[in-house]
Design a binder for this molecule. Structure first.
Ligand code: FAD
Length: 479
């Protein structure tokens, strides 16, 4: 199965004719925004970016691509963190297929609790449209102003509300997908229960554009909570944070809608680099947790639960200090600090990122054992650990030592990751909790999963995409 080694001008013209000249970009100054992701980790080019406006155009593009063995990379908001949405530096040229123009909300059913959208709708627009009819679409992540629902589905994104509502897979009822052959599979069903054969929907969710192009989806909406309380607590250790989590879970159950751990250095970075962020405490603490409790009953009910949790935890010494947001503006400021952590590392120089998960109870041991492994390789490395403690998911990010050379530091990425990932695996964990595999972890996936598992994935890939045009070299090695 070999892909076309080049894209002739006449083939570019045939692709361009499908979307119209204004929506086919070839000039590097126009395509650059699609080939570079914000971390500057991947440098590659594309001969062509296509911006279809309908599923029929997507179908025509994929049909032609299969016929001519042209590689296609679906792209949403280009916020992915494993390089799945941008070209490989080596290999055959790939056409980027941007879903941005397919951004219509097709239907909102407030009674049935569903929203049907095209794949290019930006996540924040979905959240706002749900709120306009008094509903909640709970998927929430730092890139929500630019990532698209097609990208969220394709990476099975997690974010800060997984604890109560699940990841994107759990928020999707139906899909419409254009297959690499150009056939369209329409299953925009609104059913919560549907045991009718193999679940094709679940194959496309999290496939990172390697099986087809998601063009529309039916999403689940939830009742908008009547009240929410947001607090930040300071504590001494991840052990204390785990104890607090167990307490919060026992007290609030599914009303506990977020529990986000942050190491002190991350709070320092955000206060230093992000406008409007400041440490909410007068005295520094080694660890911080952002807690959100929601209630469908009333704002008072949420407040009472938060007060009960915090007073008991201050009294028994689990928590050293706590600040409860006094109004919605302050609640948003607390969230801003947590979400800005993703951006605040960049001004501090090179950053080696991990997205590991371990069983929740193993988080303190993981954090304790990982640091000496990293320091042995890069003395002075600054560990910016943060994340979704309640999901067992830590972004174990490592900023370069102060004054170090960025490139020399980043050259240690593989050595550091090998240790961090091996440790996570030793706890029965994962090397990618929510960001996917993309190009970054492709070879590692092949190394850590059983051959039978990789072979089954390859067989699924071959069944859906016989010409191997869909995002080749991502997730799986090309056969
Ligand atoms: P892209 O980056 O464009 O694409 C991602 C992958 O999906 C690629 O493989 C691409 O080929 C494929 N794809 C995109 N659209 C389609 C489609 N319509 N059909 C088929 N394949 C498609 N992720 C989390 O899970 N949790 C977080 O908390 C989180 N926080 C983040 C914070 C920041 C500041 C940033 C920059 C990123 C964060 N991410 C997080 C990662 C990223 O936002 C998610 O992976 C997001 O779901 C990607 O959406 P996107 O539209 O940008 O997709």
């Amino acid at each position: 199965m070999s892909l076309s080694p080049s894209l002739s001008p006449s083939l570019i013209e045939r692709f361009a004719a499908i979307v119209g000249p204004g929506n086919a970009l070839t000039d590097p100054s126009d395509t650059q925004g699609f080939t570079h992701e914000h971390r500057d980790l991947y440098q590659a080019t594309t001969p062509l970016v296509l911006r279809p406006g309908t599923k029929e155009e997507v179908a025509a593009i994929l049909k032609l691509a299969t016929e001519t063995k042209t590689a296609i990379i679906p792209q949403g908001g280009n916020t992915g963190l494993t390089g799945g949405q941008v070209p490989l530096a080596e290999g055959p040229p790939a056409v980027i297929l941007s879903l941005s123009r397919m951004n219509r909300i097709l239907d909102i059913d407030a009674i049935g609790g569903t929203m049907t959208v095209e794949a290019g709708v930006v996540l924040q627009t979905i959240q706002e449209s749900a709120a306009e009819v008094g509903k909640l679409f709970p998927l929430s992540l730092g890139a929500e102003g630019s990532c698209q629902i097609g990208g969220n589905l394709s990476t099975n994104a997690g974010g800060t509300a997984v604890l109560a509502y699940g990841n994107t897979r759990q928020l999707c009822l139906g899909l419409e997908v254009v297959l690499p052959t150009g056939e369209v599979w329409t299953a925009l069903r609104k059913l919560k229960k549907d045991n009718t054969g193999y679940d094709l929907r679940d194959l496309f969710i999290g496939a990172e554009g390697t099986l087809g192009v998601i063009t529309a989806a039916v999403l689940k909406l939830f009742p908008m909570p009547a009240g929410r309380e947001v607090a930040i607590v300071g504590l001494t250790s991840p052990d204390a944070a785990l104890k607090l989590f167990r307490h919060a879970e026992a007290l609030s159950g599914s009303a506990l809608t977020a529990f986000e751990l942050m190491a002190r250095i991350g709070v320092e970075f955000t206060a230093r680099h992000i406008d409007g962020v400041r440490d909410p405490f007068a005295e520094p603490h080694d660890w911080y947790v952002l807690i959100e409790i929601s209630s469908n009953l009333s704002a008072d009910a949420a407040r009472h639960q938060m007060e009960a949790l915090l007073s008991a935890s201050l009294e028994d010494g689990t928590v050293d200090d706590a600040v409860v947001a006094q109004n919605e503006t302050q609640a948003q400021q607390f969230w801003h600090m947590r979400e800005a952590l993703s951006w605040a590392q960049k001004p501090e120089g090179g950053s080696i990122k991990h997205d590991i998960s371990v069983p929740v109870a193993a988080i303190p041991a993981f954090l304790a054992q990982a640091e000496p492994l990293v320091q042995a390789i890069v003395p002075g490395a600054r560990i910016v650990a943060f994340g979704h403690l309640g999901d067992g998911n830590i972004h174990y990010n490592i900023s370069q030592p102060v004054g170090a050379d960025r490139e020399t530091f980043l050259a240690r990425w593989d050595a550091v990751s090998a240790k961090v990932h091996a440790l996570a695996l030793s706890f029965g964990g994962s090397i990618s909790a929510e960001h996917g595999i993309g190009q970054m972890k492709r070879d590692e996936l092949a190394a850590i999963r059983a051959p039978i598992e990789i072979d089954l994935m390859q067989r699924i890939k071959a069944a859906f995409d016989p010409a191997g045009i869909m995002n080749p070299g991502k997730v799986l090695q090309t056969r």
